[in-house]
Design a protein around this ligand. Structure first.
Ligand code: TMP
Length: 209
């Protein structure tokens, strides 16, 4: 298919509690956009750059049990600073569609609502590291915390946190969605991957890309 040119870059993020199937849906959506000839850059947080992937390994290593919550929050933001500057800004400038698996909302929900770090401070640091860029659309794949954890297998350091922690994370996401109804669209995770993916695409086509 012929390559399509966009008038401007489009920034789309995916969020959700553990076990929502986010990464699978990001992959399926990116292949569909490429199939349609759209210029798409698919990235994840923490990670997406050489340095970011190293930070990811530190953050998710289940052996790092004694990591302090402030250290954790700053490492997520550090990986984000690298990704924004190394990849996201230039892709948006080149009028590409950036699909990002997690962004600042994740720090607000996990380290803020989950771990109790001041949300205003997380937002301030977030603004500093991102230069204030905000997604055009955020897909929130919603799943009940206990159900999601069962699906995830609870292998990494964050997945191993308590059920209560993950319930607070999910509540945080739903609160953010209520506060930002134009940007954040909630899609309940359905039994069939194709049903959930269909609902995601419906939301996306409404952007008229
Ligand atoms: P993933 O499982 O979606 O790849 O994300 C990695 C883990 O990191 C997941 O448990 C959520 C967590 N996380 C945070 O706690 N804060 C953040 O800012 C981000 C981006 C992810």
């Amino acid at each position: 298919m012929a390559k399509k040119n966009l008038k401007k870059g489009i920034f789309i993020t995916f969020e959700g509690p553990e076990g929502s199937g986010k990464s699978t849906h990001v992959r399926l959506l990116c292949s569909e956009l490429r199939r349609r000839g759209l210029p798409v850059v698919c990235l994840r947080e923490p990670g997406g750059t050489k340095i970011g992937e190293k930070i990811r390994n530190i953050l998710l290593d289940a052996k790092n049990k004694d990591m302090d919550a402030v250290c954790e929050m700053l490492l997520y933001q550090a990986a984000r600073a690298q990704l924004v500057r190394e990849k996201i800004l230039s892709a948006l400038r080149d009028k590409k569609i950036v699909i990002l698996d997690r962004f600042l909302d994740a720090t607000i929900c996990y380290q803020g609502y989950g771990a109790g770090i001041d949300i205003k401070l997380i937002k301030q640091i977030g603004k500093f590291v991102t230069g204030g860029i905000c997604p055009d659309l955020t897909i929130l794949l919603d799943i009940e915390a206990g159900k999601g954890l069962k699906r995830s297998g609870r292998r990494d350091r964050i997945e191993k946190k308590s059920l209560e922690f993950h319930r607070r994370v999910r509540k945080g996401y739903l609160k953010l969605a209520r506060e930002n109804p134009h940007r954040i669209k909630i899609i309940p995770v359905m039994d069939e991957i194709s049903q959930t993916q269909g609902a995601i695409r419906e939301v996306l086509w409404r952007l008229k890309i």
